[in-house]
Design a binder for this molecule. Structure first.
Ligand code: GCV
Length: 721
């Protein structure tokens, strides 16, 4: 550990013991370690932690030790002494299994074989609490988990927690550009200060790594999939190496987005054809160069032949040929390729929802062992709600990673409160029926359904240089929740909400219970006021801020919202059944049958799969038209109710964050009404019906909503008229 780092962490530890809290602005995320005030709980803990024995020897163990010192000092309000012996009664003993005293090892017996990969065990052993693992990183994860137990005021009596990550690659995808902007970023500029790297190391880099490690994230793709080749040039590799050095103790590998045409752009070759020997050699040399500087480099993420990005198809080659060429260059170094399946072509007139499946499924089994296909959550594009991607049930021979979007491109930017683990849970628990009932998407992701050798989950980060990292203070929950689900795709959203609220704000049940209810309903509410009953992609185009269901003038049909809702005098919705695009045929027959029949299709996907008349009867007995208006209204009402709940939360959060969330909820209410009014006014031009009585009537005209322009909306290069 560097001298300066030691000083910083020691100062933090001293401040913690003195009970001096640093940031009140959200910078501390879920790692605040608030002092425990309840004397009963405190006594329970101090009884178990009279001293700490901690293995030393490398930077990861140093990081674990420092975290523990800061955490315990702050939570208990007193420094706990470190000792050199593992035998003290009521002590905390932390070390890798092979370095534990024999009597402890004997006691661990059956558990040892279960602590696989980066996993850890926290257990009680003859009057001691033991945190152990096979690897150093397991120790760090165990320490974070132990501190979480204390942060949540959970008992240490007979503690027994054995955790093993269910996926191998738990990675954030930053869509950060080298010019410091972030594509679809709503929390400020990129946290990577490329201009100052490698010489200047921003304090945030380490805090970022620490936060990731605390939830088990173990990788970061630093740059945008709409990639610049320059990040592969020697001077940038130096910069990337400097970041990798900061992240290494925390078990975070760096990855880069690789631009497929880099051999041309920075290599001076006339082609990037993956079958060309010079191109292959260029990538091999590039990999050797990178690994020369970053021995634990993770590998490449590639967006190829998608939305104008170069790729193997430019040379008549397949995705497999492109991915395998990169995989071969990385294989000698144990690197991997994450090859994205987000493809749709301007030359393919078939339903956009079908295209990724059509391109990739025939290539199942043709990818090298170190290639993962990264499949977006949703065959269209991270919509507020999409049915699970049919590829998850259709590629048994190929490792498939989930790609979730944490940044809220289609869900209200960092202005709206939307708790995304609820959305992630819905998708992970969806049943592909690949091997009959119970073939959950989660089992595809953790590789157990078809025995995948390598597994992973990616989340498009919502992190920026805003002081609280994520713009909306409550959007931190989405970063936290992604990490928890990447570690364990079977976790429930409720547990995640419970944990995050307690860690971040308060353990008081008068806070946790109502706020948990708020978080758990927030996703449904946002879907209701944006795209209810299976509507999708009706946001204004380009920046995707606010409603734009009327947009019909863009060059590619599938870039226009009218392509997706197909509203007409006779009805609304996209027919994806056999009478329409037949996208349902890409699902297992049980799933297809359920989606094909509007009576069995879950109502939340109704207009995703069906074009239905305005008077179609919903389960509630209301017509489709009335139901739409009622859903939009429910979304708006939820925001109002949430404001009332939040007003009661003042005693539990600091003033700054209370005010920030209050102001953001005001905007959310305004924008929820905007969505409701703009969409319902527009759809009424087709339905030609009165608004349902349950719905508040719009205060403005459709012409007004259509006239709104936002050339400088964040997350995209400005597009002035
Ligand atoms: C990085 C959507 C977004 C783009 C994004 C793309 C992708 O189309 O609007 O900003 O590009 O998805 O995931 O590649």
């Amino acid at each position: 550990m560097s001298f300066s780092k030691k000083i910083t962490l020691s100062v933090l530890a001293i401040l913690s013991v003195m009970g001096i809290s640093h940031a009140n602005n959200g910078y501390d995320l879920w790692l605040k370690y608030r002092k425990i005030e309840d004397p009963g709980i405190l006594t329970g803990y101090t009884k178990h932690i009279r001293a700490v024995y901690m293995e030393e020897g490398n930077e990861t163990l140093d990081a674990a030790r420092e975290e523990l010192s800061v955490g315990l000092g702050s939570l208990l309000g007193t420094a706990v002494p470190y000792v050199n012996s593992q035998s003290g009664d009521h002590s905390l003993v932390i070390g890798k299994i092979r370095n534990l005293d024999r009597d402890i090892r004997k006691h661990l017996n059956g558990d040892v074989s279960k602590i696989k990969k980066d996993g850890f065990l926290i257990t009680t052993c003859q009057n001691r609490t033991v945190i152990t693992a096979h690897k150093d990183i397991g120790i760090l994860y165990g320490v974070f988990r132990f501190l979480r137990q204390l942060q949540m005021h959970k008992s240490l009596e007979e503690i027994h927690i054995l955790e093993v990550p269910e996926t191998d690659v738990r990675v954030l995808n930053h869509w950060d550009n080298l010019d410091g902007t972030v594509e679809r970023g709503y929390a400020g500029a990129s946290i990577w200060k490329w201009q100052k790297l490698p010489d200047y190391i921003d304090r945030r880099y380490e805090d970022y790594a620490r936060a990731n490690a605390s939830v088990g994230i173990n990788g970061a793709v630093l740059t945008n999939v709409n990639a610049s080749a320059w990040v592969l040039s020697p001077s940038y590799i130096e910069k990337v190496a400097a970041l990798a050095k900061v992240f290494r103790p925390y078990g975070i590998k760096v990855y880069l987005a690789a631009r497929f045409s880099a051999p041309i752009e920075i290599g001076g070759l006339p082609t990037a054809d993956p079958l060309n020997p010079e191109v292959q050699q260029w990538w091999r040399d590039k990999a050797n160069e990178i690994y020369g500087k970053i021995p634990d480099f993770g590998g490449f993420l590639v967006k190829a032949n998608s939305e104008g990005q170069p790729g193997p198809q430019d040379y008549g080659r397949s995705h497999a040929e492109g991915a395998n060429m990169l995989a071969d260059a990385l294989a000698p170094h144990n690197g991997i390729v994450m090859w994205r399946a987000f493809v749709y072509s301007e030359h393919d007139t078939s339903d956009r929802a079908k295209q990724a499946y059509s391109e990739f499924v025939p290539q199942d089994g043709k990818f090298r062992d170190n290639v993962l296909i990264q499949v977006k959550n949703g065959a269209i594009d991270f919509q507020p709600r999409e049915p699970f991607h049919p590829m998850f049930g259709a590629m048994p021979e190929t490792p498939l990673m989930m790609e979730f979007q944490i940044t809220q491109e289609y869900l209200g930017f960092s202005t709206h409160l939307v708790f995304l683990p609820k959305l992630y849970e819905e998708v992970l628990k969806a049943d592909t029926y690949r091997h009959g009932k119970g073939s959950l998407v989660a089992k595809v992701i953790d590789g157990t359904l078809d025995r995948k050798p390598i597994t992973g989950m990616a989340g498009v980060a919502n992190i920026g240089s805003d002081i609280n990292w994520t713009g909306h203070p409550l959007a931190q929950a989405n970063w936290y929740g992604f990490g928890r689900l990447a570690w364990d795709p079977y976790l429930g959203a409720e547990q995640i909400a419970d944990e995050w609220l307690r860690l971040t704000f308060s353990n008081k049940s008068d806070f946790v219970q109502p706020m948990k209810a708020v978080l758990l309903k927030s996703h449904d509410a946002a879907v209701n006021y944006m795209t209810p009953l299976g509507l999708h992609h009706i946001m204004a185009t380009g920046h995707h801020y606010g409603p734009g269901p009327w947009v019909d003038n863009l060059s590619r049909p599938e870039w226009n919202p009218v392509y997706y809702h197909k509203a007409a005098t006779r009805g609304i919705g996209f027919d994806r059944t056999p009478s329409g695009s037949n996208a349902t045929s890409q699902y297992a027959k049980e799933v297809a049958a359920m989606f094909n029949d509007p009576e069995t299709c879950p109502e939340e996907y109704l207009l995703w799969f069906h074009h239905l008349p305005w008077d179609y009867k919903l389960q509630s007995g209301k017509t489709l038209w009335e139901g739409l208006g009622i859903k939009y209204q429910e979304g708006v009402d939820w925001v109002r109710d949430t404001q009332a709940t939040w007003n009661k939360m003042k005693p539990y959060v600091n003033e700054q964050q209370f005010q920030e969330v209050s102001m953001l909820l005001n905007i959310q209410l305004k924008e929820a009404k905007w969505w409701r009014d703009a969409c319902m006014l527009y759809f009424r031009t087709f339905s030609k019906r009165e608004f349902p009585e349950e719905m508040e009537k719009p205060s403005r005209t459709l012409a007004y909503y259509r006239s709104l322009k936002f050339p400088y909306a964040p997350g995209i290069k400005p597009q002035p008229d």
